[in-house]
Design a protein around this ligand. Structure first.
Ligand code: TYD
Length: 200
């Protein structure tokens, strides 16, 4: 049995419930005796903080900063996974591909090449897919609208995500349902992964 942990990534447009699913998955994995770490991008490190402050309006510069944040984050994630910790990461490279392409930062080819240079392949990426109108309602009810969260933009981001998911073999879950149903689907995916590499 391998002593490595799993590297699990959650993706989806704003309001799809990634944070809730991450917490629920972590709880279930921990209850089974696994060491689990929750993490997210943009990180709360220096580069991630700059991004949250909106340090630049230049979409290319923003894309490069997201990748720079990711380069530092990937080193931390790899260390944890190698030491047997299962890492659940809320957003990873597909966020830059989906969001920054939708923002017109650059074409997918450039975004991919730039990210390929810094990432480590996740064991699984779960895409939470839901209607942007529904997600926008969830965000409104949280009262947390940011400049990233405009509806038309989210629609383009969703289309990009679905294309990337097909290209990169992501597991896609219908996130228009309640948190328990989403958790059950995600848990089945994790179990399948565990059975196939016996690493959790
Ligand atoms: P989000 O996970 O929604 O942060 P919070 O938990 O604070 O709401 O991420 C903030 C925004 O950053 C989100 O709208 C998506 C955007 N983003 C990108 O545009 N590109 C990226 O590479 C990443 C990681 C996030």
């Amino acid at each position: 049995m391998s002593s490595k942990g799993l590297f699990v990534v959650l993706e989806g447009i704003d309001g799809t419930g990634k944070t809730t699913l991450a917490a629920n998955l972590a709880q279930r994995l921990a209850a089974e005796g696994n060491e689990v770490r929750l993490t997210a991008e943009p990180t709360d490190g220096r580069i991630g903080s700059l991004l949250r402050e909106g340090v630049t309006d230049d979409p290319r510069a923003e894309a490069l900063l997201f990748a720079a944040d990711r380069a530092c984050h990937t080193a931390e994630i790899s260390k944890l996974v190698s030491s047997g910790v299962t890492v659940i990461c809320d957003r990873y490279y597909a966020s830059t591909l989906a969001y920054q392409a939708a923002a017109g930062a650059a074409d997918m080819k450039w975004l991919r090449a730039m990210n390929d240079a810094v990432i480590s392949r996740p064991d699984v990426t779960i895409l939470l897919d839901a209607d942007p109108e529904l997600c926008s309602g969830r965000i409104d009810s949280r009262g947390e609208r940011s400049r990233f969260e405009k509806l038309e933009y989210q629609k383009r981001v969703r289309e990009n995500y679905l294309t990337i998911a097909a290209e990169d073999g992501f597991s896609v879950i219908d996130a228009g349902r309640g948190p328990d149903e989403v958790l059950e689907d995600a848990w089945r995916i994790i179990i399948g992964l565990r059975d196939s590499n016996a690493s959790v």
